[in-house]
Design a protein around this ligand. Structure first.
Ligand code: GDP
Ligand code: IMO
Ligand code: MG
Length: 444
């Protein structure tokens, strides 16, 4: 890594600006390959994320291991803001080891990160079951994210550092009893079914994983990062999920349970916000969403949506669920840009465009009135206002040079730029394929 002479390091952030799966993993991998950063740090979320990395013949989907795992000179940090599913973590580490990447010596986990317990996924299911009776499910990834954050906020949760203390067993038993009472309540009152055997097996697997966790580098990560910054090293913060899934600013309750905004980098890593330099925002040339809730820009023609789904391979990297596909939603994007302060944009999947004409959502209407502000609830939106511009088929697949871009895609990029011209943002890179090298720079 290039060292800043006599200067402290900085933190850059990558966040999704839509509903997740924008290709953050790929952009993070590419940014890290530039030699400017010494480490990458997850600051929120957990194994609900699915970040795909592709480089030449190597493909890896990271849920909890940060996206620098395929680059041997990059340290990997899991911050205090993350809810850690130890079984997923160990599974990924062993998968990486088989691929020739032993990440253990360069992986550091905050002792203040939250431990996902073996009963959290069961509670996640129970809560979804309960919601399905009263209305609609959130469509969670089932990874226990909501219950783990609830325990944390209710001050009864377990921290990663707890596993190293003699009272861990007692704390864990108390929490498990509490969880079982809840599950029993869901069973008795609402008819939620769970298998005692599945719980027993989950407990066994989890306790085995905790033993292995003790051998990993658990530390005061906030201190380590501050030290690295003083050494002049730069760090990339890896956002999971996206602005539209933020627990405070997304379409509540169809959100995840953490703050996904760059503002949370400081709290999720234990560093001052003043060290943050660039905020990179990632979007796709269209939009996808997985899970429950309204999706205003969804493509109405089901056959066309299917085409986008198949061409873009829009199936969840964590759950395999098909992702709904929609047009680029500039009204939502402006909201996300305002909240995130992203100043540089990556646009992915510009190679996926199958219709002669594509639409862009530029506004929402409720009761016949065009909205100025973003609505509190997306299910209130009655109509979206769209504009239409020419599509470009598959002309731009895997191109790496700006001069080779088709005139229709160039028009689309200029169109987006004009629509955002009052904001302090630049489109800097356009993705044309899944490999981290499939992109061209676009510095308008
Ligand atoms: P993340 O969660 O934001 O990291 O994104 P995911 O990995 O869940 O989903 C993005 C998907 O799109 C993955 O399958 C990537 O390999 C793929 N991808 C990323 N960028 C591009 C691109 O520019 N073109 C194409 N065709 N695929 C891309
Ligand atoms: P990456 O980092 C897309 C969605 C779920 C559900 C809601 C709540 O790969 O972009 P949760 O399990 O978090 O309680 O689910 O959030 N969701 C994602 N959608 N990409 C993700 O992560 C997501 N992580 C959670 O589908 O609607
Ligand atoms: Mg994903």
């Amino acid at each position: 890594m290039k060292k800043n002479k006599n200067k402290n390091g900085f933190v850059d952030v990558v966040v999704g600006l839509q509903w997740g799966d924008e290709g953050k993993g790929k952009n993070i991998d590419e940014l890290l390959s530039r030699g400017e950063y010494s480490a990458v740090a997850r600051f929120q979320g957990g194994a609900n994320a699915g970040h795909t990395l592709k480089y030449k013949n190597t493909t890896f989907i990271g849920h909890i291991v940060p996206s620098g795992c395929l680059q041997k000179n990059i340290e990997l940090y899991i911050g205090n803001g993350v809810v850690v599913d130890v079984i997923s973590l160990l599974k990924e580490m062993s998968e990486l080891k088989k691929m020739g990447f032993n990440v253990a010596p360069r992986l550091y986990i905050s002792n203040r990160a939250k431990l996902v317990s073996y009963l959290h996924p069961f509670l996640d299911q129970a809560e979804e079951f309960y919601r399905s009776k009263g209305g609609a499910k959130v469509g969670t990834t089932g990874r226990g994210i909501g219950p783990a954050y609830s325990d944390s906020r209710s001050r009864r949760g377990l921290l990663i550092g707890d596993v190293l203390h003699p009272d861990f067993k007692e704390k864990e038993l108390n929490l498990s009893r509490f969880h079982m009472d809840f599950l029993e309540m869901y069973r008795k009152r609402y008819g939620f079914k769970y298998s005692e055997n599945a719980i027993k097996q989950a407990r066994k697997n989890w306790l085995d994983a905790i033993k292995s966790l003790k051998k990993l580098q658990v530390c005061d990560l906030s201190f380590l990062i501050q030290k690295r910054l003083l050494e002049g090293k730069n760090i990339l913060a890896e956002g999971a999920q996206a602005v539209m899934l933020d627990v405070d600013f997304g379409d509540y309750p169809n959100v995840t349970s953490s703050n996904t905004l760059p503002a949370n980098v400081s709290l999720g890593l234990g560093i001052p916000h003043t060290v943050i330099r660039n905020v990179y925002g990632v979007i796709k040339a269209y939009t996808t969403k997985v899970g429950g809730g309204s999706f205003p820009s969804r493509i109405e023609d089901a056959n066309l949506e299917k085409l986008f789904q198949n061409a873009g391979y829009e199936f969840g990297a964590t759950t395999g669920r098909p992702r709904m596909c929609g047009w680029l939603d500039l009204f939502a994007l402006r909201y996300a840009l305002g909240l995130s302060g992203a100043n540089k944009i990556f646009i992915n999947k510009a190679d996926i465009c199958l219709s002669d004409k594509i639409k862009v959502v530029v506004g929402y209407k409720i009761k016949g009135k065009r909205l100025k502000d973003f609505p509190l609830y997306l299910n209130q939106v009655e109509k979206v206002i769209t504009e239409e511009i020419p599509g470009w088929g598959n002309k731009n697949y895997r191109i790496k040079e700006k001069k080779k871009v088709s005139k229709e895609l160039a028009l689309y990029l200029k169109y987006i730029k004009n629509k955002l011209s009052d904001l302090n943002v630049k489109i800097i890179s356009v993705g044309t394929g899944p490999d981290r090298e499939h992109f061209f720079n676009w510095d308008n």
